[in-house]
Design a protein around this ligand. Structure first.
Ligand code: RB5
Length: 150
C-alpha cells in the first residue's frame, strides 16, 4: 500500500520508528513532514496526510503528535476520513475490523516505541470485516455531494 505519514514536533521521534516499520512491511511511504524539532501546528500536517487519503493518492495515513488527540480531532473533521486514536492492540485491530479506519493516530508522548510498532503492525495487517459494519459507517458518514475514492 501507499501510506502517507505526518507529525508535528511532538511526534517527530516516533515518526522515524513508525516509518521504519511501515517500510519493513513492504509499503511505500509518503512523508509529509514535519522534518525538524521546530514548533509547528499539527492541523497543517493532518490536512496534508488526509488530503492524500481523500484523493486516493494514498490508501492509508498515519498521524503522530504528542498525544494523538489533536491529530485525530483535525483528521475526523474531514468527510472521507475515519481516524482512530489507539493505545493498545485490541483497539488497533477493531478500528480496522469494525470501523475501517483509514488513518491511524498515535501519541508519541503516551506510547513507547515498541508498543507503537506493534500497533502499526496490527493496524496495517487487519482487514475490514464489512457487512453490518459498512452500514454503521454509512450512518455517520455524510457523503452527499462528496466523492471519496473508497
Ligand atoms: C504540541 O505541544 C502538542 O500540543 C501536540 O503535539 C498534540 O499533543 C496535540 O494534540
Amino acid at each position: 500500500m501507499k501510506i502517507a505519514i505526518g507529525c508535528d514536533h511532538g511526534g517527530i521521534g516516533l515518526k522515524a520508528v513508525v516509518a521504519a516499520v511501515i517500510e519493513e512491511l513492504g509499503h511505500t511511504l509518503v512523508d509529509q513532514g514535519c522534518f525538524s524539532n521546530d514548533s509547528v501546528d499539527y492541523p497543517d500536517f493532518a490536512d496534508k496526510v488526509c488530503g492524500l487519503v481523500e484523493t486516493g493518492v494514498c490508501e492509508r495515513g498515519v498521524l503522530i503528535c504528542g498525544t494523538g488527540i489533536g491529530m485525530s480531532m483535525a483528521a475526523n473533521r474531514r468527510p472521507c476520513i475515519r481516524a482512530a486514536l489507539v493505545h493498545e492492540a485490541y483497539s488497533a485491530r477493531m478500528s480496522r475490523e469494525h470501523n475501517d479506519a483509514n488513518v491511524l493516530c498515535l501519541g508519541a508522548r503516551v506510547l513507547g516505541p515498541g508498543l507503537a510498532e506493534d500497533l502499526v503492525r496490527v493496524w496495517l495487517t487487519t482487514a475490514f470485516a464489512g457487512g453490518r459494519h459498512q452500514l454503521r459507517i454509512a450512518k455517520f458518514s455524510d457523503l452527499e455531494g462528496v466523492s471519496c475514492p473508497f
